[in-house]
Ligand binder design. Structure first.
Ligand code: BG6
Length: 462
């Protein structure tokens, strides 16, 4: 045995409501349900969110499978568009509440710690059409109301809550780079949304504390940290990487943990004349309502060089004004997803949290490798032999372990995802799970990596 993890380490996996449940019995639509309705051809093979992995109907069998492969924790999200009947009053839909109650109870019955996220990109479409979604401060209040309902209904059993999953992706996808509906390019709105989501998260945390739910549970946020590595040690490259880091990482990380936006970010946006509209009272809410623990999603690093190509600013300000992405020659790629594989980044993240963020308790809330056409790796017994995934996970865990040895306060590792699930635009193109899903039959079969994690979880290491 060479690599042993701390006692009670979380060996788990993560999914989200909209990517696994299917829209059975859902009373409202979220932005993705709506987008699929109006533009199904945008989704890989035209597979939409209606059935996904059928978790709404098969949660019992699915959780049993998770138990079978040794998982001791599981993150999913509540769909605002399933739980809440009336967004203004946060009146609860009985069927929605019963479903999430069942899921939570089933986890506990199987000794699996449920970790529940309140928002995983799935804004109810009604709140977008009425108010412009996260552009609106009113929506931040509605979010807090919805959050309170979740705490009231489930906090007796849910001990770990997270407000948002990857909030910067909402900013990037909806307002800058056009990969989430409504695919706008609007830097000013992007900046306001970035601020408003920070505020919404802090308001939910405030309500959590005021309702004394912190006596029984903890609350955090899940951020996709993409360490920015400069092309070279030149001053210009380093500055460009720092600026990218300000936008894509620190704009949520600093507020979540320190309760403040980085001064440099505020100055830069003020100089550009596009700083968000906020009040002193809101700054207080953000300041006083920081997280108890952090979830870190890590898939790929960000390689940055000083600006070389002019950015198209005809549509207004874009963060890309200050840096270019750098295609580092020879970097190791996952060709299916087009993402760089760089496991050492997990160590860098661990040390950054330790040195610069008060060594707050944190865990890897997502990491994983999406691979296309995995059936070609099936052996004669029908098991997918995904050795590439095992190697990928091991390498990441080795670097994580080094960070823990050096004192970083990491308490778990969740793979994306337990059972192959649906994804934004890519639908079922890339498979990530420990467990394979046959889309035709909904049959679920443990992959070789699922057998591996069972052993690893049992030994608390490898
Ligand atoms: C994370 C998200 O960014 O990455 C998940 O939290 C997503 O929702 C996962 O599915 C994998 O990315 P993708 O785009 O390949 O599905």
């Amino acid at each position: 045995m060479t690599t042993q993890f701390p006692k009670n380490f979380w060996w788990g996996a993560a999914t989200s409501g909209p990517q696994s449940e299917g829209s059975f019995n859902k009373i409202h639509k979220n932005v993705f349900d709506y987008w699929y309705e109006i533009e199904p051809e945008a989704f890989y093979d035209r597979v939409g969110p209606a059935v996904t992995s059928n978790f709404y109907n098969s949660y019992k069998e699915d959780i049993a499978l998770m138990k079978d492969i040794g998982l001791n924790s599981f993150r999913t999200s509540i769909q605002w568009s399933r739980l809440i009947k009336d967004f203004e009053t946060a009146e609860v839909d009985e069927d929605g509440a019963e479903f999430y109650n069942n899921v939570i109870n089933e986890c506990l019955k199987n000794n699996i710690t449920p970790v529940i996220t309140l928002h995983h990109f799935d804004l109810p479409i009604e709140l977008y059409s009425k108010y412009g979604g996260w552009e609106s401060k009113h929506v931040t209040d509605l979010f807090a109301k919805y959050a309170v309902k979740c705490f009231e209904l489930f906090s007796d059993r849910v001990k770990y809550w997270t407000t948002f999953n990857e909030p910067i992706v909402v900013v990037e996808g909806q307002y800058l780079y056009q990969f989430h509906y409504p695919k706008l390019v609007d830097g000013r709105k992007a900046v306001q949304v970035l601020y408003n989501i920070n505020l919404a998260s802090a308001k939910a945390i405030k309500a959590f504390r005021e309702g004394n739910f912190n006596k029984v549970s903890q609350i955090g946020i899940v951020l996709n940290l993409t360490p920015s590595y400069p092309r070279s040690n030149s001053e210009r490259d380093i500055k460009a990487a720092e600026t990218a880091d300000l936008f894509f990482n620190r704009s949520f990380l600093d507020t979540a943990i320190k309760g403040e936006f980085p001064d440099k970010l505020v100055k830069l946006l003020s100089d550009e004349g596009i700083l968000w509209k906020g009040s002193l009272e809101e700054a207080e809410i953000i300041k006083n309502n920081t997280i108890d623990f952090l979830g870190v999603n890590f898939y790929q690093p960000r390689r940055i060089k000083a600006k070389e190509t002019p950015v198209d600013l005809t549509k207004g300000w874009m963060p890309d004004k200050y840096f270019d992405n750098y295609d580092m020659p020879g970097r190791r790629m996952n060709p299916y997803r087009g993402w760089e594989i760089y496991p050492k980044a997990l160590y860098d993240i661990a040390i950054n949290i330790k040195n610069n963020y008060g060594n707050i308790p944190w865990y890897v809330s997502e990491n994983g490798m999406g691979v296309q056409d995995e059936e070609r790796f099936k052996n004669s017994e029908g098991r997918i032999e995904d050795d590439y995934r095992i190697d990928f996970i091991k390498e990441h865990l080795e670097w994580l372990h080094k960070g823990i040895e050096e004192g970083s306060n990491c308490f778990g590792y969740h793979l994306w995802t337990p059972i192959d699930c649906w994804s934004w635009l890519n639908a079922y193109k890339n498979r990530y799970g420990y467990i394979a899903l046959d889309l035709e039959t909904q049959k679920k079969t443990v992959k070789k990596s699922g057998c591996w994690i069972k052993e690893t979880s049992k030994k608390n290491g490898f």
